[in-house]
Design a binder for this molecule. Structure first.
Ligand SMILES: Nc1ncnc2c1ncn2[C@@H]1O[C@H](COP(=O)(O)OP(=O)(O)OP(=O)(O)O)[C@@H](O)[C@H]1O
Length: 266
């Protein structure tokens, strides 16, 4: 029995502008992401990966079609409800520069206003440790953190409400190779420990091979194929030839698959 869908996208179209200026980004796009998957979304620049993440977050609505998250329309997630169901790690980390580490992690929970401040602090401290940071990092300001630490704080912040679905936009962008490997290890551990479903946009082949249980390729306005990285690499399309070509592609393909195993059904 396949695991239940966490994200179910059907017949999706996204058109920006009107009349002569209308510009179609997605057309008849289908994508189902099941519980426990780490799905990598790849595609050329401007193919609509970020727009798709925004639809899943409920921040924008498609022109046509449906986006369901955990069985409900994604649009219902928009606003305050979103962070308890979907965690989002933005590309630049996007920390509040005026808040220290712990206040950044605690932000969504504090805004919710349902817990006393001491409990919010405790919950944020649990998440700080979860991402491999130490209590003494709690009072540091974002400007005093390394790139790898910024990503960890941003990840802790995305996880503060224990969302079952995590969206990652270029999680290893801007990290040196060692920090990128460490961050991939952390994501793999948390995926297994917390039973997360993950959707990730990445241009980085090493990250793709290290983490993905499945890859979906966005081209020609829809998902042209999906499968394991090895299966997708055999699909005949100019973008895929270009993406997996070259020394880095061959090196990544030669690696034993380090991908996390999909979660078994409970
Ligand atoms: N609010 C908007 N209004 C008009 N056009 C938009 C809007 N948001 C995105 N677009 C356009 O939609 C297309 C897809 O953008 P998107 O940012 O999703 O691409 P992407 O696949 O994430 O690209 P990249 O890999 O370069 O980040 C682009 O041409 C972009 O200019």
């Amino acid at each position: 029995m396949p695991a239940p869908p966490v994200v179910d996208i059907r017949g999706l179209a996204t058109v920006f502008g009107k009349g002569e200026a209308a510009f179609t980004v997605h057309e008849d796009l289908q994508l189902t992401v099941r519980r426990g998957e780490i799905l990598s979304l790849v595609g050329g620049s401007g193919t609509g990966k970020t727009v798709l993440l925004r639809h899943i977050l409920g921040l924008t609505r498609p022109t046509r079609g449906s986006v369901a998250v955990l069985g409900r329309p994604a649009a219902e997630l928009g606003g305050d409800g979103a962070s308890s169901r979907v965690g989002m790690l933005f590309q630049q980390g996007a920390l509040y520069s005026a808040f220290n580490v712990l206040d950044n992690i605690a932000f969504a929970l504090r805004e919710l206003g349902t817990l006393p401040p001491a409990l919010v602090q405790d919950a944020a401290m649990v998440k700080l440790r979860l991402v491999g940071l130490k209590p003494e990092h709690a009072t540091r300001m974002p400007a005093d953190l390394s790139g790898g630490m910024v990503k960890r704080v941003a990840l802790a912040r995305a996880l503060i409400m224990d969302p079952p679905l995590l969206l990652l936009d270029e999680p290893t962008a801007g990290l040196d190779p060692n920090s990128a490997d460490e961050f991939c290890d952390l994501l793999r551990e948390l995926h297994a420990a917390l039973g997360l479903t993950v959707i990730m946009v990445t241009h980085d082949l090493d990250t793709l091979f290290a983490l993905s249980t499945r890859v979906a390729v966005l081209a020609d306005r829809h998902v042209i194929t999906s499968g394991t990285p090895q299966e997708v690499a055999r699909f005949d399309h100019p973008f895929i030839h270009h993406y997996f070509a070259g020394e880095r592609g061959r090196r990544a393909m030669a690696q034993p698959p380090g991908a996390a195993a999909p979660l078994k059904e409970a």
